[in-house]
Ligand binder design. Sequence first.
Ligand SMILES: CC(C)(COP(=O)(O)OP(=O)(O)OC[C@H]1O[C@@H](n2cnc3c(N)ncnc32)[C@H](O)[C@@H]1OP(=O)(O)O)[C@@H](O)C(=O)NCCC(=O)NCCS
Length: 271
Amino acid sequence: MEAARSMPTVQSGARVGYGRRIAVKPQRGCEMWSKCMRLVKIRMSIQEFHQLPRHAAYKYEYLDGEAWLSPRPKTYHALLDLHPPEESADAGRVMTRQISADDWDDLAGLFSAAFRDRPPFLGLDDKKRRAAAHAILENARTGGDGPLIEQAAFIARLKHHDGPAGGIVVTLLPASDLSDWRSFHWAEPPPPDAIAHKLGRPHLTWIFVHPFAAGRGVATALLHAATRELLALGYAELASTFLLGNESSMIWHWRNGFRLAASPFSRRKSD
Ligand SMILES: CC(C)(COP(=O)(O)OP(=O)(O)OC[C@H]1O[C@@H](n2cnc3c(N)ncnc32)[C@H](O)[C@@H]1OP(=O)(O)O)[C@@H](O)C(=O)NCCC(=O)NCCS
């Protein structure tokens, strides 16, 4: 995981609320999510800096009359023991099916809408966020996050909601210790039949729901659909990763039974 951190030399600024000057470091590309976060500088007094609300995904420094908000994404891993899900009360309203080749473009639009005001993509304009969504999903589809488990990649529709309501993308990572920094990369490319041989551990790489469809069980239905397929493939657990500061994601994981795994920052090892 790479945290973007570099000192800008040139600033382009724009006036925002209260007549403050805010400068955001221009970003070249953001095909990796951690590179989508941007350094923000806001001119203010030191007293105002001390009163500034903090966001967990940023580091706050005060330099030469400016607040510097530098991206400091901290991710934590979670594990879910897979069991056959019970029939949910939302089953009649939420329809899920496996993602097909034609769905990826729609999914990128949906991804962009879902993350509009969520870290790490908040602050990107619509065009950049959509481009990032395309690049990130293309990376997942083509194996950049480990082989895509196609059987467990689902798209959802919600009654009375136009267009897709949500998507889940599950990829295969090594079944190594999650507190190890290297656990998210295959040391050697996995064999093409890795999934058939139940190698590795499935990882919930992306789950996203359109804001208009949120809170109605769409993400949970997608998780259940993926769970059934993963069990059928012979897998017993699903790993996931969440970003500190993305509360809806954290709470959703917790609500759905994920347990926090030891992190690379843990000084004691536990399971
Ligand atoms: C996280 C996310 C996928 C949840 O989707 P959803 O369809 O709204 O979730 P569900 O309806 O299945 O589950 C709702 C539960 O999730 C949690 N939750 C969802 N949004 C929440 C929010 N804004 N605040 C607090 N808890 C929230 C709650 O526990 C809620 O349970 P409750 O209804 O009993 O309160 C959705 O908010 C989203 O797309 N977020 C942006 C993308 C993202 O951050 N994805 C996760 C990282 S890949």
